[in-house]
Design a binder for this molecule. Sequence first.
Ligand SMILES: [Zn+2]
Length: 138
Amino acid sequence: MTASTATLTLKQAAYDAMIAHAKAGYPNEACGILGGGADTGERFYPLKNADESPISYFMDPKEQLRVFKAMREGGVEMRGIFHSHVTSEAYPSQKDVRLAFYPEVSYLIVSLSDMEKPVLRSFRINEEKVSEEEIRIV
Ligand SMILES: [Zn+2]
């Protein structure tokens, strides 16, 4: 048994909000921020994809500031960064890896390649090394 498998605990409501936001953004990628405590994702903050693209996302900096303020007021920290892949699998692209600047948060990706069965996976990315973590929905 490997002792080092990390786990992200995710509140059902946050999970549902992520999937709904990804579907609403389709056919473009959607993005947002997950707020929570040390190992739990409690609340999802949807953001607009300023790229309006099916192959990339960019969080609007002004919206991001509003989310950081809302998290501060709600007493939660940034716990994860979320975006969707509309046709490819739920795995970080080379660009996702290159632009992952926060080793202390989770990178959550949902694939909508099967719209009926979205696949959500979570990763830590540290110095361009990707490791998957388990998601436990509570
Ligand atoms: Zn991506």
